[in-house]
Design a protein around this ligand. Sequence first.
Ligand code: NAD
Length: 329
Amino acid sequence: MKIIFYDTKKYDKESFDKAILEFPEITVDYCEADLSVTTAALSQGYDAVCAFVSSDISAPVADKLAEYGIKLVLMRCAGFNNVDLEATGKHGITVLRVPGYSPEAVAEHAMMLALAVNRHVHKSYIKVRENNFSLLGLTGINFSGKTAGIVGTGKIGAAMCRICHGFGMKVIAYDMYPNKSLEFVEYTDLETLLGCSDLISLHCPLTKDTYHMISEYTIGKMKDNVILVNTSRGALINTEDLIAGIRARKFFGVGLDVYEEETNNVFENREEDFMETSITSRLLSFPNVIVTSHQGFLTEEALLAISQTTLQNAMDYMSGTINEANLVK
Ligand code: NAD
């Protein structure tokens, strides 16, 4: 099987080059460009495309891929909100993903964001480098004894529950399908969770139902001085409403690994660019907001697991033994 690999970064190539040694039947060609209507043409002559979180797999792209005979899209990530499944389905294109490569990688990043905004690490790092050893403005809160509200307790949410529990927090959660293995977690409805939590961390997928689940209305239901963390998908939060809430001093801190408008930024060095739109700049202007660029997944363990599962997905497709858990329907 010949795979064209879109949106390649150095660390992708390193981990896939290592993992592919176990898969002699597969060859991979790496391409820096991401998948789009224009770059879909590069898939000509390949059996499968390998895509990532910012790849465009909308209907026009699926049409092009089908034109070039692509029958398999290998998502090297868990989320698939960027795939038009109706369009891929229409063309008989199978979409496989990597649902749980390292839940701890993302959950640990979520807790890092929560701790960093709480203890103002982004501020103190800069201050100390400038010989400013004053502690003014750096006061945080103890997490121990506080309440963590986890929205979505699948693989990553469950790992976040365990981390918060380890910090001595009371852990409450909202999910339509409670995770029975989390015996220390108290499940509740979303509104109660919002009203009771000192730390809210989002871990549900982006769907029609979860789009803008954090809005002016739901922010209004939160406790004052709450810490909000999103490592899931940007559009879970209505950013304009979030910015209004930040300006109204609702939040103690906000940690975002994902945000609306991230697509042009993610994984790119834009040091020389003038930002044409303002969401990113406005978010970055607040002293109590930390933004990272979709790096929750970026650990050595996660990268290796992603490459192994992606290549195994390709092998399974070839042998007609698809792992149903990895099939995107
Ligand atoms: P998962 O499928 O294991 O769990 C998702 C959970 O959300 C499920 O338990 C589901 O029942 C629940 N859910 C669905 N709709 C909900 C709703 N309306 N309200 C509350 N809960 C709801 O997924 P996962 O592996 O834990 O990943 C979660 C998300 O994290 C992914 O969808 C992806 O968007 C994101 N993610 C981000 C990164 C990163 O680098 N920042 C990496 C991997 C995944």
